[in-house]
Ligand binder design. Structure first.
Ligand code: DX5
Ligand code: ZN
Length: 227
């Protein structure tokens, strides 16, 4: 049984692109409600990943929620286009936006869920004022740009602060964690207050994709049961 309070978001950055459709279907089979789509522009982050054509191509093969993570400068210039090509939620970086409220409004005007993300070095307090306006906050637990990095343990304290603020203010915001989350760290982040988890390499790089996804649900459920 999957816990409806917990959301799994496999990151296709770690997928085998020669069989992307097949691998996406495997994540769905494992119960993943979201598909995490990392867009890197080579400016905000050092790497370049993929963009609209890929999203447009995979849109018809699944009804999973497309959780688009924009690691790009000037996100306001691209919101409309990502909305058009199939995003359900668009998350931008606080550090990349001149006017975060304007980006949030633009995402909402395009009929999509808005997310805001912070890098490990950005103080948590900087994102709190925006939480009343977004549907999701994405806490980076590695420096954004690359998959396969080590989870930064100090992220748990950051997640906890955000969760406390959300609960204290009775906000309805998903707390998603991204970077280096495996079946061991998933328990820690759930305990700290996350209810959505992104995972790339630990899902796609070894073993059965659907089974890997299921293992995250199991780990999250046992963490929630212990709470
Ligand atoms: C990093 C990306 C992540 C990454 C996660 O810039 O935002 O979504 O692909 O991959 P793993 O789970 O391998 O750290
Ligand atoms: Zn991401």
């Amino acid at each position: 049984m999957t816990d409806s309070r917990f959301i799994m978001a496999p990151s296709i950055l770690a997928a085998d692109f020669s069989i992307l459709g097949k691998q996406i279907k495997a994540t769905h089979k494992g119960g993943a409600q979201y598909l995490h789509i990392d867009v890197c522009d080579g400016v905000f982050v050092p790497s370049i990943s993929f963009g609209m054509p890929v999203i447009e191509t995979i849109r018809p093969i699944t009804d999973q929620f497309f959780d688009v993570h924009l690691m790009i400068v000037n996100p306001e210039n691209y919101v409309e286009e990502f909305a058009r090509c199939g995003a359900d939620g668009i998350t931008f970086h606080l550090e990349a936006a001149k006017d975060p409220n304007a980006v949030i409004d633009l995402i909402h005007k395009n009929g999509k869920k808005a997310g805001i993300s912070i890098k490990p070095g950005t103080e948590v307090e900087a994102v709190l004022p925006y939480l009343k306006s977004v549907e999701l906050v994405l806490v980076m637990s590695v420096e954004p740009g690359f998959g396969g990095q080590k989870f930064m343990e100090e992220s748990c304290a950051r997640i906890k602060k955000i969760r406390e603020y959300i609960d204290k203010n009775h906000l309805n915001v998903i707390v998603e964690v991204d970077g280096g989350v495996d079946r061991r760290t998933v328990k820690k982040v759930v305990n700290a207050g996350a209810n959505a988890v992104v995972s790339g390499s630990a899902i796609f790089r070894k073993g059965s994709i659907s089974r890997n996804v299921r293992k995250y649900f199991k780990a999250a459920e046992s963490a929630l049961a212990e709470k």
